[in-house]
Design a protein around this ligand. Sequence first.
Ligand code: FMN
Length: 350
Amino acid sequence: MDFLYEKVMRPWFFRMDSERAHEVGVTMMSTLGRISPLCRAMEAWHRLPANRFKPVKAFGLEFPNTVGLAAGFDKHATAWPGAAAMGFGHVEIGTVTALAQPGNPQPRVFRFPESEAVINRMGFNNHGAEAVAARLAKQAPRGKRRIPLGVNIGKSKATALDAAVDDYLRSFELLAGYADYLVLNVSSPNTPGLRELQDAKRLRELLGAVAAANAARGADRRPLLLKIAPDLNYRQIDEVLGVIDEFGFDGIIATNTTLARPGPFAAVDEAGGLSGAPLRRHSTEVINYISRATLGKLPIIGVGGITDAASAGEKLDAGATLVQLYTGMIYRGPFFAAVLAKGMADRHRK
Ligand SMILES: Cc1cc2nc3c(=O)[nH]c(=O)nc-3n(C[C@H](O)[C@H](O)[C@H](O)COP(=O)(O)O)c2cc1C
């Protein structure tokens, strides 16, 4: 399968413009998701045998394996029903914003094959929380899904930073009912000002408001996670962890894309967030720091630069309970997650 992707599919994909290739990938996964018998057969093929492997437990949910699809691939919740068939153990849709928005002008995604990297400045193009909620209402409901579904929400571009809390609350109210877990994304580099929400004062307001709205759901409360940037310094990470603790958030996702331009990227003149192999080491360092600072008590989803079993394993070794990937799939193919999940299965053998 790897050979087929490397020799046939990848060259075909890479002849297309990056965003077009992304759209084709999303359409393929959506189509797969509609062919139930094929999905079930592929999922059965990839699923780790239940008699030999325990599910991975995190924030009250059970995952069939450690590898998830990171936010940004399925922005509008059209493709995720096909993710389990490709071997993913969970999937995170979004980022979804309260208002539908087109994102930044194209081109806005750039591949760097020699570095297994991508720079993107998509800018949260998405159909908006209302449309995504309507779509989720027609798909498999909670409790009947093959794998947990995370919903990642962010701030609408047209909403001023000072009105961000209400903007997130609107998305929360529309989408929480459909999410197995919910993620507040305050770390995309492509929405002006968004990362300022990581500052302690603004973060307290945001997390406090969403935690209160979540508590008001009573027994129907959802696990809440925060997704952070890799570009915070350790003092800033300590502040973020303090706020997470104060409002009883259930976990953290580390990390989003980076604004740093390591090595050969110093000469690359494209704005946006860098993902893939060049992000690997730093994202793992952040995970390691968080794990130590929280004495391993805060569940971490590790993401950034996973391109093989070693780079996924090092994130688990650094303290992550689960991992996610996106860029690695562009270079390694649609069944990369399945290969990784099998490679790391020993970590949750019975
Ligand atoms: C094209 C593209 C779009 C992305 N869009 C989002 C997004 O909407 N929300 C989000 O939280 N992360 C987004 N990300 C970041 C990924 O979820 C992930 O955190 C990051 O790419 C690092 O993982 P990777 O190296 O495996 O890609 C995006 C990444 C890429 C490459």
